[in-house]
Design a protein around this ligand. Structure first.
Ligand code: M6R
Length: 619
């Protein structure tokens, strides 16, 4: 949550920062701001309530010169989203400007200490306290900005990624992180001069350089216009910068002709899944190779239990994995909301494998949950999409999704990528535990490799969803029902609909209806059934009849050619046949499309729904 970007070099900073803000806008979009040391030596800060486009309009007639600057797009935590609370924040003298992603938990204590020393904040934010405190440190210790940042951060409790610039020293920028992500791009301008581009992730950077340094927690970096970089820790240990290569195709960061990232990402799924399984599923010999499991064979072989921690959509994919791994590997799997797990003193054994599932790899609760599990001696495994993010760096081993950047706030291709990765994990564990025969392994892999084509079929054969969605906009509530592997899909369908269309939706295991929720059914209640010809098919049909006899409007996701469910549903959408355990990879697609088109029909901002942010880096 919140995106920060910074530039120092010999080019004009403004266009680089602005482009960076657009790339990072998925992280928060309630206000935005930019600070530049102008060519005349002034430190200008411009801010606007609302999206980055509002900021762009605000600066039209302003001085946007300068080759060093920082910028921010905000998801408010402390203080309402308005211009005063927007970042960057000035220090008392207005010599310093700072942007921040994270939460300073002890900001009230620091604020009262500052007030006693005649440093007064004008905003309600925790962030402004930080820039004032840095200047206060400079005043009392008569030290450099680099040192002052270190001294100030020693007093801070909480999470931060920050970038600070100083009008009196325009040839430097200081950045630091703890608990929030920060990437430093190390590049060269068109003139061959050194430059640094700083970002909350690599998306503002990849256009300029593929060389990055991932700052670690409690590290502070001094970036100099001449290309010098010094890194020290909070406890004053000098670090050697580790430059790594990244490869993100710039086209993956664009909409590519689609009206929204979400629609592009839905349609990308067949190819994204192909990328995800490449090199891991052997299509010729119908086998699986997951290096994270092969390298830690004994850990998985001897695991007493698997605990999966996740949030939101990632939690839903974890729930599907529970069904699959328990069935295949005969090992207990617990699926935990990371936000609950981290605070309830859970029982974790050193023989447990704790898996974090997270698209962003930055979700604060998931990160904290695995840190807790680590302190109890468990082996940590990460399943993430964003390369170099915090969770992969905090885990003992793991697997990247490789589905490409997901920018729409509503998770789509990351969900199917997580499900298939968790299934490859399950197959790999079953292999090392010898709970699967070669025949069954070949059979399952043989079908798994057909999934991208079946996804393509599903996307091509459900062209009536946009028209259906138009009729659907009247709905105020709706229910999604499924059983077995499709119960988590019901939860995911409901989450997708509510987060982007703002229609109240709930997902339940179909058989739970009669324990209460069935009281909600009347002729105005749309009920979505995921009813493939598998698993508890007959029982789901009985559940549909229960709703039908109470006049609920029934929309079903069915296996291609099924007429039984079709006859008792008001509307059906078809998916190709596959094995019961793989149905979620197909049945979720019509639900993603439906929520997308309903949200469009209601005029919602699909990629940036209200109150949400892509990467939830606050608890
Ligand atoms: O990055 P993560 O997978 O850890 O994010 C977890 C949730 O915040 C995320 O899945 C959220 O629920 C999505 N907006 C759902 O579409």
């Amino acid at each position: 949550m919140c995106g920060i970007v910074g530039y120092i070099g010999d080019r004009k900073a403004y266009p680089i920062l602005m482009k960076g803000l657009y790339r990072l806008e998925y992280r928060g979009y309630d206000s935005a701001g930019i600070a530049l040391v102008n060519d005349n030596g002034n430190l200008s800060v411009y801010k606007a309530k609302g999206k980055v486009s509002a900021l762009e309009a605000t600066v039209q007639d302003k001085d946007i010169s300068g080759t060093v600057g920082i910028a921010h797009t905000r998801w408010a935590t402390h203080g309402e989203p308005n211009v005063v609370n927007a970042h960057p924040h000035y220090s008392k003298s207005r010599n310093l400007a700072l942007v921040h992603n994270g939460i300073i938990e002890n900001f009230k204590i620091l604020r009262s200490q500052l007030e006693k020393n005649d440093f007064h904040c004008i905003s309600e934010t925790d962030t402004e306290v930080l820039v004032q405190f840095i200047e206060y440190m400079q005043d009392i210790h008569k030290c450099s900005l680099f040192k002052a940042v270190q001294l100030a951060l020693k007093n801070v409790t909480g999470a931060y990624a920050i970038a600070v610039i100083d009008k009196q020293n325009p040839d430097q920028m200081v950045v630091a992180r703890k608990g929030s992500p920060l990437v430093i791009g190390v590049g060269k301008s068109e003139n061959g001069n050194p430059e640094f581009i700083v970002g909350s992730d690599a998306t503002p950077i990849v256009e300029f350089t593929q060389e990055v340094i991932y700052l670690n927690d409690e590290e502070i970096a001094y970036l100099d216009r001449s290309g010098k970089i010094d890194i020290i820790t909070l406890s004053n240990v000098k670090q050697t910068p580790q430059v790594q290569q990244i490869s993100i195709d710039i086209n993956e960061l664009e909409k590519g002709g689609y009206p929204h990232f979400m629609l592009k990402e839905i349609y990308e799924q067949p190819d994204a899944i192909l990328n995800c399984i490449r090199g891991r599923l052997d299509t010729e010999n119908k086998d699986v190779f997951l290096s994270g499991v092969i390298d830690n064979k004994n850990v998985f072989k001897n695991a007493r239990r698997i605990i999966i921690c996740a949030c939101g959509t990632s939690w839903h994919s974890a729930l599907i994995a529970k069904y699959f791994i328990e069935e295949l590997c005969k090992i207990p799997v617990e699926v935990e909301y990371a936000s609950e797990f981290r605070y309830r003193n859970p029982v974790v054994f050193p023989e447990d494998v704790v898996i974090a599932v997270s698209q962003s790899g930055e979700t604060a609760d998931t990160l904290a949950a695995i840190q807790l599990a680590k302190s109890k001696g468990a082996f940590l495994y990460g399943i993430c999409n964003v390369i170099g993010s915090s969770i992969p760096r905090a885990t003992d081993s793991g697997t990247y999704l490789h589905v490409g950047p997901e920018i729409g706030v509503a998770s789509t291709k990351a969900f199917t990528g997580q499900v298939i990765t968790l299934m490859m994990l399950g197959l790999s564990i079953a292999k090392v535990k010898k709970t699967i025969t070669d025949e069954k392994l070949h059979f399952l892999v043989g079908e798994l490799i057909n999934i991208p084509d079946k996804m393509r079929w599903t996307l091509e054969h459900n062209k009536s969803i946009p028209e259906f969605a138009q009729m659907f906009t009247y709905a105020r509530n709706c229910i999604f029902l499924g059983r077995g592997y499709n119960y988590p899909v019901a939860l995911e369908g409901a989450l997708k609909l509510k987060e982007i269309s703002y229609i109240h939706a709930e997902g339940y295991p179909a058989a739970e209806m009669k324990h209460g929720p069935i009281a909600l059914i009347d002729e105005e209640m749309p009920v979505f059934f995921i009813a493939p010809k598998h698993g508890m098919y007959d029982k789901v049909i009985s559940n549909i009849q229960e709703i039908k006899s109470r006049n609920g409007r029934i929309v079903s996701i069915v296996t291609e050619g099924d007429t039984v469910v079709g006859n008792i549903s008001d509307r059906i959408f078809s998916i190709p046949d596959t094995l019961d355990c793989f149905v979620p990879l197909l049945s979720v697609l019509p639900l993603q499309l439906l929520s997308y088109y309903v949200a469009c029909a209601k005029g919602r901002n699909v990629d940036q729904p209200r109150n949400l942010a892509k990467s939830v880096t606050v608890e």
